[in-house]
Write a protein of this length. Structure first.
Length: 235
């Protein structure tokens, strides 16, 4: 049996002016290549339905997307903040808390690491170039690429270290990142400039990365083991 992986939906206004669920096929393709069966967990404002929505899924993928509303970590938005949707944030945080209560596996990517960090009481750099104290790498590339942009150093003893060893090359398509880690999140990887690139939960099967492994899979299989280890935990 293939485990069912719920890819938590984002929202957008489509060309007819209607609010729509939106997920890139790169995420569902990555799940399928790793041996899972992907399904979309749709946006709803009826939070009482969320326990029913998550009941059939074995694991949950929180994907990239727009910025997280800084009001959720007690800040006002700065001028460099990108588009944010507090209703979407609220929905995804509610899904996360239900999933955590069931102790089901979670993989978070880009916005996923940021959203989950905030949901667990952490904070973000709203814009790395504006707010990060050290000289920084270029974390938001100008064009979409399936290649890599910089190395990350991985902490020994982490689940990422077991998969990749001490250092890997990753892509970089983000202007926000973790500032203060949320409750029970342990930093597992950093970029050369100190930007946090990955965390894992101390007690739950939850791994969160800042890069886009699903895009890297369009070029080679270097990141397939990340998805395979996630799928394995969902059996």
């Amino acid at each position: 049996m293939k485990p069912h992986i719920a890819v938590v939906a984002h929202t957008e206004i489509n060309r007819f002016g209607i609010l729509s669920n939106n997920i890139s096929v790169t995420y569902t393709e990555a799940v399928e290549r790793a041996g899972g069966l992907a399904m979309i967990l749709p946006f709803t404002q009826k939070q009482e339905l969320i326990p029913l929505l998550i009941e059939k899924a074995d694991g949950f993928l929180f994907t990239g997307g727009m910025d997280v509303d800084p009001a959720f970590y007690g800040e006002k938005g700065i001028s460099a903040l990108g588009p944010a949707d507090p209703e979407l944030d609220r929905f995804q945080m509610a899904v996360l808390h239900e999933v955590m209560a069931c102790r089901k596996p979670v993989l978070g990517i880009c916005r996923g690491i940021q959203l989950i960090n905030v949901a667990l009481g952490g904070s973000l750099f709203q814009d790395i170039p504006s707010q990060f104290s050290a000289p920084v790498l270029k974390h938001m590339q100008d064009t979409l690429s399936y290649g890599v942009d910089h190395p990350v150093t991985i902490e020994p003893g982490s689940r990422l270290f077991e998969l990749f060893g001490p250092k890997i090359m990753v892509n970089s398509r983000h202007h926000q990142s973790i500032n203060a880690p949320g409750k029970d999140l342990i930093v597992t990887a950093r970029a050369p400039d100190g930007v946090i690139e990955a965390v894992q939960h101390q007690t739950l099967p939850m791994d969160l990365v800042q890069w886009h492994p699903e895009l890297m899979l369009r070029k080679n299989d270097d990141m397939l083991c990340l998805f395979e280890s996630f799928i394995k935990r969902c059996h």
